[in-house]
Design a protein around this ligand. Sequence first.
Ligand code: CP
Length: 303
Amino acid sequence: MRHLMSPLDFTTSELDKLFDLANDIEHNPAKYAHACDGKIMATCFYEPSTRTRLSFESAMTRLGGSVIGFSDANSSSAAKGESVSDTIRVISCYADICAMRHFKEGAPMVASEKAEIPVINAGDGGHQHPTQTLTDLLTIRSLKGRLNNFTIGLCGDLKFGRTVHSLINALVRYDNIKFIFISPEELKVPDYITEMLKEKNIPYEEVIRLENVMPELDMLYMTRVQKERFFNEEDYMRLKDFYILDPAKMELAKDDMLVLHPLPRVNEISVEVDNDPRAAYFKQARYGVYVRMALILTLLELA
Ligand code: CP
């Protein structure tokens, strides 16, 4: 039995297989409409979500399976003090696979150690968000035709943004990737990530001004400042609108640069950018369904 805790749980050749399957699902949905008949997915979300929970539910439903779960820790027995370990042992009696989001880093890993079914980490605190990374990689591969040879700018909250941490970890396995980290001093990417890049000899720069690096980028990954992980409101208010991507900044970018964002967006991308053909963030949300369908089939050994 296999779980997904980190994007590194799959080798790059396993990821290629997963993405080929996701693209086949995209182009031939009818072929997969009954692939999970009779199977049940549990979505156990201890933290708010729109995309991850609903795209898993959409994915399982589109595969012919059904879904049970909770979207708020307070509507589960966690509110009475039940441990994640006990909850997953019970969920294992009700479902064939589980996607879990938790505010505590490592909670889905604890669940996977007690589970009798595959567990998918759907985001744990500020740590990892592997299925967002699968979504990001599938989007890049589908729209650019490759996962190597590019300069990617990651902009915004690089300290608390778990999607950023997962994506960097995944991209270092591909050739000729350069990272440009664009953030205020207070929201810099954690040291353990820059140490890892130094060890692997992977080029990166850390800058504050987005405008200065726009012309270099093949991809710009914007992120929201993570309000829920700040210790005080004052710091959040000071930093929340530090970056706003608008049409004037897009003028500085390459004609084929992609703008990605895991969403939700707050103010960091102006809505006027949405109609720019380089804005790929709503397409990215759609790819999230295909890759989660492929992941469910793979972990249930139905692919
Ligand atoms: N991208 C993402 O994880 O969105 P949700 O928090 O809405 O699931």
